[in-house]
Design a protein around this ligand. Structure first.
Ligand SMILES: NC(=O)c1ccc[n+]([C@@H]2O[C@H](COP(=O)([O-])OP(=O)(O)OC[C@H]3O[C@@H](n4cnc5c(N)ncnc54)[C@H](O)[C@@H]3O)[C@@H](O)[C@H]2O)c1
Ligand SMILES: O=P(O)(O)OC[C@H](O)CO
Length: 340
């Protein structure tokens, strides 16, 4: 494998873990950080204590606060900013972007103001063409990737050539396996929407509602994800894959999930502002619940779990009442209600 320079934006938990994968694969990794202090920590101590405590980073990873330094001569860019910051980060990259590069993003969310998917925001800002963009998604907690636990993800692009180039960058034989897919819409929607269900699963656990209820949330959550996904043009089979079922299961059940943890704290009665303060890291599911609530209305799709979670998060509905509303819904036929 030939050495390629990759510019990474930014050094949160997932960005840092993916830097490590790229550096372990012998690539030249330059990560842009907002703060000088974080750049110094990565360059001199090879740590990122705030976002990945106790991890020892590959010393070959170099951090910089200069966008030009990060992007000059880069073969590819990787963006792993929170969804709320994606447009601002892409805007900074614009003047150093050149048409030989391609971009991989690993962001799970929507732009709430426009309801755009993440690749749509990137294309809008960089005007690079959708064939230059790929999305990396799937069951992949940063804490496990940095420990080299076996992890399998999917990379989707409108251009299979771009997806294959990205697969070459990230895949290794020891702990990081990558599949390609051409269904960008499906992979992006699956990655964003599973966070809503993970918040719900955490809430259910916080209320001590048991494993039966959580399994039901995962299963019926998948049904509503598929409903919205297919209405928005996704391939339904994508939701049976790593970005769909795979990520839904890990986020609803893993101790590492910020969305699950936030839901659990809300279920135990903690106010949302306090939950977010305690988390100190991005909890994408909250913004995504708002976006999905609007998208469901726009596409005339039923998303009962999302609907109840929206009321809990934004209209102060008591979580126990939300569960009663879900349990008391009109009788249905299971198969007729799923649109695979
Ligand atoms: N953590 C994971 O295991 C994981 C795995 C897969 C996908 N993701 C996705 O990756 C994305 C990023 O999540 P994360 O876990 O790395 O978040 P994080 O909270 O760990 O880190 C966020 C980073 O973004 C930076 N940031 C925040 N606002 C910014 C702004 N306006 N401009 C520039 N930088 C800004 C912060 O300084 C920090 O470095 C999310 O969409 C998340 O869903 C995370
Ligand atoms: O920690 P979470 O809940 O943001 O989930 C992280 C990843 O999306 C898991 O694949």
């Amino acid at each position: 494998m030939s050495v390629k320079k990759v510019a990474v934006f930014v050094a949160g938990s997932w960005g840092t873990a993916l830097c490590q994968v790229l550096a372990d694969n012998q690539h030249e990794v330059v990560v842009w950080t907002r703060s000088e202090q974080q750049a110094v920590e990565i360059n001199e101590r090879h740590t990122n204590e705030k976002y990945l405590p106790n991890a020892v980073l590959n010393p070959a990873i170099r951090a910089t606060t200069s966008v030009e330094d990060a992007m000059k001569g880069a073969y590819a860019c990787l963006i792993v900013a929170p969804s709320a910051a994606l447009r601002a980060v892409a805007a900074q990259m614009k003047q150093y972007w050149h048409s030989d590069m391609f971009i991989v993003h690993a962001v799970k969310g929507f732009e709430t103001e426009t309801l755009a998917r993440m690749s749509e925001v990137l294309n809008d800002e960089l005007q690079c063409g959708e064939e230059r963009i790929a999305v990396l998604s799937g069951p992949s907690h940063a804490e496990e990737v940095i420990s080299q636990c076996p992890t399998t993800v999917v990379i989707a692009s409108a251009s299979l050539e771009t997806a294959a180039k990205a697969q070459d960058l990230f895949m290794n034989d020891s702990y990081f396996r990558v599949y390609t897919n051409s269904d960008v819409v499906g992979v992006e929607l699956a990655g964003a929407l599973k966070n809503i269900i993970a918040l719900g699963a955490g809430l259910s656990d916080g209320l001590k509602f048991g494993d039966n209820g959580k399994a039901a949330l995962i299963t019926r959550g998948l049904a509503e994800i598929v409903r919205l996904g297919t209405a928005m043009g996704a391939n339904p089979l994508t939701f049976a894959g790593l970005a769909g079922v795979g990520d839904l299961v890990v986020t609803c059940t893993s101790q590492h999930s910020r969305n699950w943890r936030a839901g659990s704290m809300i279920g135990q009665g903690m106010p949302i502002d306090e939950v977010l303060k305690q988390m100190g890291m991005v909890v994408e599911g909250i913004r995504t619940t708002k976006a999905a609530h609007i998208l469901a209305e726009k596409h005339d799709v039923q998303m009962p779990i999302t609907e109840q979670l929206y009321r809990v998060l934004f209209e102060q509905l008591d979580p126990k009442t939300a569960v009663e509303k879900l349990m008391g819904r009109v009788r249905k036929n299971e198969i007729e209600d799923i649109s695979f």
